[in-house]
Structure formats: structure tokens, C-alpha cells
Design a protein around this ligand. Structure first.
Ligand code: ADP
Length: 203
């Protein structure tokens, strides 16, 4: 790469000579570099440096980031919990969204800060009002799986105007589709991955 960058266009023969290698030994390396777009070759001209634009490189790196490597522990509450308990949990766990699970522990709903604020503005007894009454529920929940990319998640967060997605694994229990809670991805997760990406490039 350095040779081509500095002295290109240069033929495969000339590069091999500089490296004290045969042209045949070098051929697979040159083929890969050409295939991925770092170099290009023209007959009778030789190899020249194409490089990748920063945006191309960054795009590829972003698409490599997988939910499973970034997911955080999900904070869950039972559907029978009260709104008062949900608000307390929100403060204790320092999160913005709680996932609501049914008796078997599978995902049943989501309650956000504003859901709880809305409930608190009404004339309810918050200790008596169950979160299951105010939560957003299945089948309207937007979820992701551990194999998804962070990029897919980021697009879902934007499209649905929400702050987080539960990471779930679909299971069938007695012929019923259920969602096992595996983790959560929030806007903060995406921001951290973004910072990491830039820092990785600076190393
Ligand atoms: P906030 O309401 O505090 O601004 P969000 O923007 O995350 O937080 O939530 C907006 C609405 O979308 C709320 O009613 C919430 O219950 C719902 N919601 C949040 N996350 C999800 C999700 N993953 N799937 C479906 N609905 C969701």
C-alpha cells in the first residue's frame, strides 16, 4: 500500500521486486486490496492508490457493531407493580424506561418517563394503579434481537421516536409467541458506540 501510495501507478512486477518477492506471491494480496477498493489497476499502467473515503470506512465500521456486544442489563418490573413502584424503580435504577414483564417473566410492555408523568398528573392513587394499565404493550412494541446491528436499532429509534429498544429472543411456549428479555439498547448506548468508533480511528 505504501509503495503504491508513494510511487503509483506502478506495475505488480515492480512492487514484487521492491519487496524481494515473486509476482505470484504478491498476486493474492494485490487482488484483495483491489477487491476491497484500496487499489485499482489498469493494464499497462499498473496499480494506483484509490483509498477509501472516511465516510466509506466509517460506514463499514458502524455496520459491524452488533447489539449483543453493546446491550445493557434490562430493568424490568412486574405487570402487577403499581405506578408508584415504577416511578421509584426509575429513580433507584437511574433509567428512563422500564420493561414490564408478565408472571412468566416474558416481555409484556414498556413504560417511559412521560407515561409515568402522564399517569401522575391524573387523579389516581398511584399506589393502586397498575403499570399494566398505562404501559405500551405487545404487539405494538418495537424490539430487536442480539444479532441485529446497532445501525438497525438506531434507525428504529428514529422511525418510532423512542429512547430505547428491548433486546429479546423469540420463544414459543405452549404454541404462544413470547419474548424473553435479554437486554436493552438505549440512545446512550448508540452515543457511546459512536464515541468509541471515533476513538478507535484515532489510535
Ligand atoms: P418518553 O415518553 O419519556 O419521551 P420514549 O420517547 O421512549 O420516552 O417513549 C415514547 C412513547 O413510546 C411512550 O408512550 C412509550 O411507552 C413508548 N415506547 C417506548 N419504547 C418503546 C418501544 N420499544 N416499543 C414501543 N413503544 C415504546
Amino acid at each position: 500500500m505504501q509503495i503504491v501510495k508513494k510511487d503509483g501507478p506502478i506495475t505488480g512486477e515492480q512492487i514484487a521486486e521492491r519487496l524481494s518477492l515473486t509476482r505470484a506471491t504478491l498476486r493474492p494480496d494485490l487482488a484483495i486490496l483491489t477487491m476491497v477498493g484500496y487499489l485499482d489497476a489498469r493494464p499497462r499502467v499498473g496499480y494506483f492508490y484509490l483509498g477509501k473515503t472516511g465516510a466509506q470506512f466509517l460506514g463499514e465500521q458502524i455496520r459491524k457493531k452488533i447489539v449483543n456486544d453493546y446491550k445493557a442489563h434490562p430493568i424490568v418490573i412486574q405487570e402487577s407493580s403499581s405506578v408508584f413502584d415504577a416511578i421509584t424503580t426509575l429513580f433507584l435504577e437511574d433509567v428512563g424506561t422500564l420493561y414490564v414483564v408478565n408472571k412468566e417473566g416474558y416481555l409484556a410492555g414498556v413504560v417511559s418517563r412521560k407515561d409515568l408523568l402522564r399517569a401522575a398528573m391524573g387523579k389516581h392513587d398511584l399506589g393502586e394503579l397498575a403499570v399494566s394499565i398505562i404501559m405500551s404493550r405487545m404487539p405494538n412494541l418495537v424490539t430487536c434481537s442480539p444479532e441485529d446491528t446497532l445501525f438497525d436499532v438506531a434507525k428504529k429509534l428514529i422511525a418510532n421516536q423512542i429512547d430505547s429498544l428491548p433486546v429479546v429472543k423469540e420463544v414459543t411456549i405452549n404454541g404462544r409467541k413470547e419474548y424473553e428479555m435479554i437486554g436493552r439498547i438505549t440512545k446512550t448506548t448508540i452515543t457511546k458506540a459512536f464515541v468509541e468508533l471515533v476513538e478507535e480511528r484515532e489510535v
